[in-house]
Design a binder for this molecule. Structure first.
Ligand SMILES: [Zn+2]
Length: 319
């Protein structure tokens, strides 16, 4: 993760003609700061070389070099007697990176674009502890944007986080998968994610096609084997392939759920209103069985079996 070969030329930013402003505390120490770091958007951070050197080996190497007689290449000034070092990071990113070096509070990062910028800077300046901290913030953004977390994690080669995010995307149907961060990954990486989802979808769909998980002890009003047939002759039928009997709405439900699972391989999906039969569909005038409770147990069991099958699918590497 560290990149000790990062050179001064790579961390500097050619000066643009932007209005220069001063950063707020704690980067406003005009008395003791010994260098100014200038952000790409023109904010001057007065900092201490010793502190930055302890936090970043890249800064350490940079500051240990003989000080140039003239201002740094790419810079064009000495301000208030301090050399000005222009950097590629914007002020928001630099503020977070520098706060990490100082004994001050560092805000928790929630925006994926900020997380990406800070991670990029932390990687460039070989600040491994900051990389670890930002990766935790990245995982914290999972609920809000799992595809975005996947994109950021993949683009930085964070294998474990990318795998977690890929699995987390299964909780969303394919049509709901979008993120402003998606363009950060290659089409090949996105294809690998879709291929993983499809493998999970087939595994989940196969649960809907199988009857091997049916449990007579849990919901005897919903399914039974032909030999023990004591269900209503009006609403219960064979599935056409095995000896299992169930009300017609159960077979219909499993067919619809199987189709849904191909694109949304997630246990909770089989309990959604999109596929779950209504009370009216479950009612039979002849047997008058209240199947609400047993069908609820059937769906819960089905959902657990789907999640169990999907969990068996190995998550690929995405880069
Ligand atoms: Zn009936």
């Amino acid at each position: 993760m560290s990149d000790p070969d990062t050179t001064l030329a790579e961390v500097e930013m050619p000066v643009k003609s932007v209005a220069i402003r001063d950063a707020a505390a704690p980067f406003d120490d005009t008395a003791r700061a010994d260098i100014i770091l200038r952000s790409s958007d023109g904010v001057d951070f007065r900092v201490y070389k010793n502190i930055l050197s302890l936090a970043s080996p890249v800064f350490g190497t940079m500051f240990s070099l003989p000080q140039p007689a003239e201002p740094y290449d790419g810079g064009d000034e000495v301000r208030h007697g301090l050399p000005v070092l222009p950097l590629t990071e914007d002020a928001h990113t630099l503020n977070i990176v520098l706060r990490w070096c100082y004994p001050v509070a560092v805000p928790r990062l929630t925006s994926l674009s900020v997380i990406r910028c800070v991670f990029q800077a932390a990687h460039k300046y070989a600040m491994d502890d900051l990389c670890d901290s930002v990766e935790l913030d990245l995982l914290g953004a999972m609920d809000a944007d799992p595809l975005g977390v996947f994109a950021v994690a993949t683009s930085f080669g964070l294998e474990t986080s990318a795998a977690q995010a890929a699995t987390r995307t299964l909780q969303l149907p394919l049509a709901a998968l979008h993120s402003p961060e998606l363009h950060r990954i290659s089409s090949g990486q996105y294809y690998a994610l879709l291929a993983y989802r499809l493998t999970c979808g087939v595994a989940a769909r196969d649960v809907a096609l199988s009857k091997s998980w049916f449990n007579l002890d849990l919901y005897s009003d919903i399914v039974t084997l032909g030999g023990d047939m004591d269900l209503c002759k009006r609403c219960c039928v064979e599935d056409g392939q095995t000896d299992w009997y169930a009300p017609r709405f159960v077979w219909s439900y499993l067919r619809h759920a199987g189709t849904l699972l191909l694109h949304h391989p997630y246990g909770e999906a089989v309990k959604s209103a999109e596929v779950a039969p209504s009370r009216r569909e479950r009612r039979c005038e002849q047997c008058r069985v209240n199947r609400f409770r047993d069908f609820h147990l059937f769906m819960e069991h089905f959902a657990r079996e789907v999640d169990s099958a999907v969990a068996q699918v190995s998550v690929p590497r995405f880069y």
